[in-house]
Design a protein around this ligand. Structure first.
Ligand SMILES: [Zn+2]
Length: 85
């Protein structure tokens, strides 16, 4: 299983999206917009910063076309209906 330091999301900095790890997104880009690297839907990073490896990418709105959500993934990737540009 990937740890928080290996998992990534994208953060918006100076008008452009940059890939970053969950750990950095939580620590360095607290106020920046964040999106899922797969479906581009808005995400929040849940979990405590104090605990080790307990950070989790959570979609603001669930999306069945996102392979990063195996619980709801339909098997066919598709962009999030409210994808951030
Ligand atoms: Zn997604």
């Amino acid at each position: 299983m990937l740890t928080a330091s290996q998992r990534t999301c994208e953060v918006k900095v100076d008008g452009a999206w940059h890939p970053t790890t969950l750990t950095q997104a939580r620590g360095l880009y607290t106020m920046a917009q964040k999106r899922c690297p797969a479906c581009h839907g808005q995400v929040v990073i849940a979990g405590t910063y104090i605990g080790k490896g307990s950070l989790n990418l959570q979609h603001r709105r669930a999306h069945a076309g996102c392979p990063l959500r195996p619980e709801t993934y339909t098997g066919t990737p598709s962009p999030h209906p409210q994808a951030l540009a």
